[in-house]
Every structure is written in structure tokens, then in C-alpha cells.
Design a protein. Structure first.
Length: 231
């Protein structure tokens, strides 16, 4: 069994030497050249971040008026054929860059727009067909289960025990929030998927709390800062 951590999330730039210490890494693809990714892929499995429910571009024909102010992104019309073409083009370029899989983010957009559920599942299905033998990892997207599990190899439970706050600090989940994550965790355990708990913490107390709780559920724990720039 490898002594390397199973997975790392890093949205910063460079640091290939430290990234090679992980079995798998999730990266922002625009931060790396094809040469860097192909070099890293010899040592660690590389996943490219891709957002399916929100768009960070300044404008786009698929964008809705409503925005996610936390990240300065626009929600999108997930059923738009132009959005599907845009996402598939992105994914194709990431695979050409040398990435060995995709990390599917912003799937929880359908909790805000539940009428888009089938459209999002269709898009994920298209990505799976494009990926072929390459693998997909989902960030949350619990409302897409059980269909989602047919397309992915693992799921990330972001904010399982600790989260960041808008004032720049971090906190553990409150009692009702912990009860909800416990309920979802029990459902995920029955899926047979690899499960990662991604938590945000700064103090040693919060870090240990997050790691211990993840371990209690058999989840692989990752704890980082809000920006995911610590590895």
C-alpha cells in the first residue's frame, strides 16, 4: 500500500514537486502547461477542475441573471446546447493537455434550479462518454443520486464537518448541520463509491475534529484553506 496521501486539492500555481507526493491531484488546468501536466501524470493521477453549474467568465449566452456572490460567478442554463458544447470543448482540451480525469464542481446548482436536474445528468453522461476510460469525480451533487453514481468513481463531500465563513474565519458545523451531513454520509456509504471529505479549517482543533469525524465514517479526509492554495 502506498504511503502517499490519496488525493490533494490545489488551486494555486506551480508546486509540481509537492504535488507529486499525492496519489492524485485536482488542479486548475489553466495554471499548468501540457508539458507540466504530462510530467506530473507520470507520478500522480491528474484531475482537471470543471464547473458545470456556474460560469466564471464575464459574460456568456448561457448565463442567467442570478449570480453566486461568494465566488463572483453566474449561474447558467444547464440545458443550453451552447453550454453543453462549451463544457465538452473544455473537457476535450483538458484531456489533450494530459489530464487523466475531471473533477465536476458546482453540481449543487440544481438545488437552486431543480428543473435542471435531467439536463445536468445528460451533460455528465456526455462527459463520461467523452472521457472513455478516464475517470470523473463529483463534488457533492447529492440531489443527482442515485443516477450520478453510474458516471463517477468517487464523490467529494465538501464541507462535511468544517466550513469557511464570509468574514474570513472557519467554524465547525452546527448541530443541525452535522445531523444533515450524517444522514447524507449514511446514504453515500451504501453507494460503493470512494468518498472524500473536504473540510476547511485553520486551527489545529478544527483540523483534528474534521479528520477524526471523516475517519469515523471511513472517508478520506482532506483539510485546507478556503482558496485551496495549501498543499
Amino acid at each position: 500500500m502506498s504511503s502517499k496521501p490519496a488525493i490533494g486539492f490545489y488551486y494555486g500555481k506551480g508546486d509540481l514537486k509537492n504535488l507529486a507526493n499525492y496519489e492524485a491531484v485536482i488542479l486548475q488546468p489553466e495554471h499548468y502547461s501540457a508539458q507540466e501536466i504530462k510530467q506530473l501524470a507520470k507520478i500522480s493521477k491528474t484531475y482537471a477542475y470543471i464547473s458545470l453549474g456556474e460560469d466564471s467568465a464575464k459574460s456568456g449566452p448561457w448565463q442567467l441573471k442570478e449570480r453566486n456572490l461568494d465566488w463572483d460567478t453566474s449561474y447558467v442554463d444547464i440545458g443550453s446546447s451552447l453550454w453543453h458544447e462549451h463544457i465538452l470543448k473544455q473537457a476535450t482540451s483538458y484531456f489533450a493537455q494530459g489530464f487523466q480525469g475531471l473533477f465536476l464542481d458546482t453540481l449543487d446548482a440544481i438545488d437552486k434550479y431543480p428543473e435542471q436536474r435531467n439536463n445536468l445528468l445528460q451533460l455528465i453522461c456526455q462527459l463520461k462518454e467523452l472521457a472513455k476510460s478516464k475517470t470523473l469525480i463529483a463534488n457533492r451533487g447529492f440531489s443527482l443520486m442515485p443516477e450520478l453514481q453510474d458516471y463517477i468513481s468517487a464523490i467529494v463531500f465538501e464541507g462535511f464537518s468544517c466550513i469557511w465563513t464570509n468574514d474570513g474565519s472557519y467554524r465547525s458545523l452546527k448541530a443541525d448541520e452535522l445531523a444533515w451531513t450524517k444522514k447524507i454520509a449514511k446514504e453515500l456509504q451504501a453507494s460503493g463509491l470512494d468518498i472524500y471529505a473536504l473540510d476547511y479549517a485553520e486551527t489545529e482543533y478544527l483540523k483534528e475534529f474534521a479528520k477524526k469525524r471523516a475517519n469515523n465514517y471511513g472517508f478520506i479526509s482532506i483539510v485546507s484553506n478556503r482558496e485551496l492554495t495549501k498543499i
